[in-house]
Design a protein around this ligand. Sequence first.
Ligand code: 26Y
Length: 822
Amino acid sequence: TWRKLAATEFKGKEEFQREVVRHVETTLARSMYNCDDLAAYSGTALAVRDKLVVSWNKTQQHQTLQDQKRIYYLSLEFLMGRTLDNSLLNTGIKDTAREGVGELGFRIEDVIDKEHDAALGNGGLGRLAACFLDSLATLNYPAWGYGLRYRYGIFKQEIVDGYQVEVPDYWLDFNPWEFPRHDVCVDIMFYGYVTKVSDNDGKISHLWEGGEIVQAIAYDVPIPGYETSTTNNLRLWSSKPSSGEFDFQKFNSGDYEGSIREQQKAETISAVLYPNDNISAGKELRLKQQYFWVAASLHDIVRRFKKSHRPWKEFPDQVAIQLNDTHPTLAIVELQRIFIDIEGLTWDQSWDIVTRTFGYTNHTVLPEALEKWSVPLFQSLLPRHLQIIYEINLYFLQGVEKKFPKDRDMLQRVSIIEESQPQVIRMAYLAIIGSHKVNGVAELHSDLIKATIFKDFIAVFGPDKFTNVTNGITPRRWLHQANPKLSDLIASKLGGYDFLKDLNLLKGLEQWVDDKEFRKEWMEIKLAAKIRLAKYIRDTTQIAVNPHSLFDIQVKRIHEYKRQQMNIFGVIYRYLRLKQMKPEELKKQVPRASIFGGKAAPGYWMAKTIIRLITAVGEVVNTDKDIGDLLKVVFIEDYNVSKAEIIIPASDISEHISTAGTEASGTSNMKFVLNGGLIIGTCDGANIEITREIGEDNIFLLGHLAEDVEELRHQHRFGKVEMDPKLRLVCDAIEAGQFGDPNIYNGLISALTTGCDYYLVSDDFSSYLATQDLVDTTFKDKEDWATKSIMSVANMGFFSADRAINEYADTIWNVEPTPQKK
Ligand code: 26Y
């Protein structure tokens, strides 16, 4: 089996212990006598890392020899979370490690808990990239991730007096999982000017010169697959001053510090992850990050291709580049520039290769999230790229003109350049035009982009260029690692852990749904996860949550379209209703804990107000003696990947209640259901496919459909809608000061009234409340609930990221796996 082949295996726990101790004593220069959990973590990580490196090197060698087509996944975000536990599980040495550190006097859980999250992402898009890396390695695809090595990841969220406060996440103090490659460095230019030169034959070429140069240094992170020796590479670029760029003039004139200061500016490029999720701010530094990362990555990819001495036209047979949203769209322009300005190909040869190389994944229909860069900014920062974009646009529009003669409107609509003041470059259009496939991330979403934002491009390119690949999640992290007891129980019934590699095997659980003992164990595992979360909540917030109450969880970025406001309004309504009830009525109520978590973008005022309302409601409800266990409201600080691993297994119900048509897919919905939680949600994103797979009886759907949204918004704009009366009661309570100074919430409430309720909270509110009541009734029937939970998990196979990656490989990349034989 693979383990015999794997270099990752320690000869036994003794060897493992020897290695840990050796690292503590030599690498860390500490004595085992004052080895604390942190040092034990460091030693363990270094010991595991040594083993990873061996299979990593072998894999890279093997892939180089095989010389097959490789996948390059370009993403500005990789939300990896912690690595140690995942590495132990993927390489099959967790038991060895548990025993090994146990005998040294440590609990493996405490050791694992010392690791800092690698939080190089905002939310769904970044975590998807991380799940995809896990699947690519597990399925033995030759694949590299390319990203930025931010010195500061997503900020840490503290709640101070009920408000979000952002604290910098300086995470690189000790990171054993990265390897600096000081020999892999690329000079990247910004600004400068372009000159045209013609050679003796009159052939014209372009020189881009005279700009500022910044150096990109590669840092490599090993990505081990599950139960395979394949260990892929994630390459993150870090910026530093270019060695040739020291300002001697300032130095000689005595301004030594000044010249150093100038140099240090180079480091700001990879200093910080932009904390915006689904909202584009158009900042120059962000565009610099994008070009820096894209140019370094392409340089690397082209260099690797050149080593094989193949003709350029074979480039797309060796290279598939996937663009994770429009953030890396400049790669299209940069590759075209490399081919025509440096390698001397003709425009047509070059463009043919470029378009056969790229695929573009769209993650949103929200207009505020679509990237548009101002032309003047581009002109100064990337003058040659702007010329190339104009040329791409010219040829593209000529083609459109041929197909739709005299349709000037059409030309305007599909032009890469938007004729605004100033003109802007529509990055999504550039991404479509420069790729051979464009995909959405869930069926509804892929249909919507074809019908709305990209409609004209269907007319231009035909429908085949557009496709769907529904998102998935890795069951290794989101079941086996986050919920080992559930994974073990499933394995005991399915006769092993094969389901972690072939998630459709979960179907076999259906046979056990009526087994009394199995059902009991299933629900005990859920209760244990709830007890664990309740303890975490008590330790961190001092709020006592009864583990037997219904855990209702909504954790995700705070965004108006995700409608955390609807959730908290519903909580307020529930509270008001409880306050009206007589004691005998109160006795019949299902106790509920409403648990929230998520970060607001630092500049997103409304999202921050929503957090404040949640904490304020908590302050009132949690101390109300009449209410007791019947309602608790918790806001968990600093939601991140490692906290998700504790929170997700503990839900009875989780909320995915975006305005229909706004959430491209959602992926936490999949994680919750895979852990035996049920969903209350709208007909949006992947909720629809989850319903198709697990059955309508096993999900609580509410609200209007995507197709109704336009008309409803129209009615709001024409003042034709009265606020839902129950929502009116809630607003009245807020405005009466029941949750503190009502002025704080003026904006939140006026969004519903004068703001025309763009996210249709009022329209869905009564349906939401009624569905929550149905959740309560259903929860009372413990047997029914258990059946729903088991049947749901049994039918979640489709949502494995392995399925998603195989679809990308078949329909977009045309790449085969490269398993190692020996
Ligand atoms: C333009 C820039 C500021 C920007 C930065 C981050 C734009 C978008 C984003 C992040 C988007 C994101 O996370 N989208 C989510 O992608 C998930 C994976 O496909 C989806 O499941 C989820 O519905 C979508 O909101």
